[in-house]
Design a binder for this molecule. Structure first.
Ligand code: ARG
Length: 480
């Protein structure tokens, strides 16, 4: 919709059903630019299905408790189902003159079923409704982000399994430090990401209570059955304190913190991809379809996708700061400032989800320059050979081929040999007169690490969430 069309649709706010829910208090209609300024529908429209699910549960409960008639309840549920279907098939378009998604759905319902539609608001406020919608939305979409991270972890484990023997220099201070393997490096990335999965799973636990029934702030005098709506919506139970329920946005802070940490991991990984794709390192060769070029410097193949992922870190961190700043000093209970929670929350979510997907595709197709990696690793061997080691005494353990002795720990403590090659190197040094004993090669350690990461994956996929009134394929659906 163009800006002009939006303004026209704001100006066309004449129909009774589509007036703001609070319009009865005012003699004057809203100024078009005021509506445009205050609306949140551009941001919250993505929660349309969650809003409908919450409303179906609410109307069902109202009917069961006799607060509205069984017939009215049935009519409302049927009307909501038809709205859901029409949104999905595109025959119902979002009306951007509405104040928010809740108002739009309620107005559309009243358009369809008449006066009974207005009874959906019974015992409910948009204040508890928005908290509910956000909870439902996060419970619906976070598992798909978790799945995407798991796919990336599996991709890294798969590449690692092909490079258990590929020597790669390990760096500290970005200086050649100790020899390692590409497998171990990739598994370090996988391990970082597995903590992200754990964190997201843990945060999901804290949105397992339904805030519905908290009303505007003090609950309701009607005999609502909050446990029933919680049950219908797949929550474990209900929230305790109604003031807290409508003003709590910890989940926004918590999930966005999770996203920020995940983003920090992706950014660090991308930094290494960028470094490794330089002529100087030359460890990785990104596919052309995951690179860009330069018209005036045709020799270049740029790792733009890694750079863009890294570059979007500021957005995600900014979203987190935005949320913390918005919430700071807000008195209980609901304040309109809280409407501003969705933009940063969704932006951070969308950004990390896209980044995880793009990183996976980019890394899965990259070519690894094994020869180059091993050559750079050999630099360590040369460096060590050049040293005068005749006076160096090293304490070693797990000796396989050589005699065990106990020595002072010195330079060669730096070596944690992972491979037979390193053991042989040390052996040759020993033969040159140094009193050095090699550690047993530890390639099997990598095997263990791989098994460890892989073993954890099935538990990540067990996120027992029931998504109310939605088919499996609708989990990731965004109706716009
Ligand atoms: N659009 C609002 C939000 O996102 C919904 C709640 C509005 N409540 C109110 N009392 N104005 O927070």
């Amino acid at each position: 919709m163009t800006k002009d069309e939006q303004t026209n649709s704001h100006a066309a706010l004449t129909d009774d059903n589509h007036k703001a829910l609070w319009s009865g208090r005012f003699a004057e209609g809203p100024d078009a630019s005021a509506v445009e300024f205050e609306t949140s529908i551009y941001v919250d429209e993505r929660m349309a299905l969650d809003d409908i699910a919450g409303s179906i549960a609410h109307a069902t409960m109202l009917g069961e408790c006799g607060i509205i008639s069984a017939e009215e309840s049935k009519q409302i549920v049927k009307g909501l189902e038809s709205i859901k279907n029409d949104l999905k098939n595109g025959s119902l378009k979002i009306d951007y003159s509405a104040e928010d998604i809740h108002s739009f759905i309620e107005a559309s319902l009243t358009d369809r079923i008449g006066e009974a539609g207005k009874k959906l608001h019974t015992g409910r406020s948009r204040n508890d409704q928005i908290a509910l919608d956000e909870g439902l939305y996060l419970r619906r979409v976070i598992p798909s982000l978790v799945q995407d991270i798991i796919t990336l972890i599996k991709t890294l484990v798969e590449i690692a399994s092909q490079h258990k023997e590929t020597l790669l220099t390990g760096f500290t201070h970005l200086q050649h430090a100790q020899p390692g393997t590409l497998a171990q490096h990739l598994l370090a990335w996988a391990t970082m990401l597995s903590r992200d999965v754990e964190r997201l799973k843990d945060s999901l636990k804290r949105i397992s209570l339904s805030p519905l029934g908290s009303g505007a702030l003090m609950g309701s005098t009607l005999p609502l059955n909050r446990e029933r709506t919680a049950e219908l919506l797949g929550f474990d139970s209900v929230t305790l304190n109604s003031l807290d329920s409508v003003s709590d946005r910890d989940y926004c802070l918590e999930f966005t913190s999770d996203f920020a940490i995940l983003q920090s991991h992706l950014s660090r990984m991308c930094e290494e991809v960028v470094l490794w794709s330089t002529v100087e390192f030359g460890f990785i060769d990104l596919r052309e379809k995951w690179s860009t070029g330069s018209s005036i410097m045709p020799q270049k193949k740029n790792p733009d996708f890694a750079e863009l992922i890294r570059g979007r870190t500021g957005k995600v961190y900014g979203d987190l700061i935005n949320l913390f700043t918005m919430i700071k000093a807000l008195p209980l209970a609901y304040d309109r400032d809280l409407q501003e929670d969705k933009e940063p929350l969704f932006d951070a979510l969308d950004t990390v989800q896209a980044n995880v997907k793009i990183f996976t595709a980019m890394i899965a197709t990259a070519r690894w320059n094994v020869e180059r990696m091993e050559k750079r690793c050999a630099f360590l061997e040369r460096a060590i050979k050049k040293m005068n080691l005749s006076n160096v005494r090293v304490r070693c353990a797990q000796v396989s081929t050589l005699e065990a002795n106990s020595f002072d720990m010195l330079v060669l403590r730096a070596f944690h040999p992972f491979t037979e090659q390193i053991a042989h190197l040390l052996l040759s040094i020993t033969r040159q007169g140094g009193t050095i004993v090699a550690y047993k090669a530890r390639a099997e350690r990598i095997q263990e690490e791989m098994q460890g990461v892989s073993k954890a994956i099935p538990s990540y996929t067990k996120i027992p969430l029931t998504v109310p009134f939605l088919e499996d394929h609708e989990r990731n659906l965004v109706v716009i």
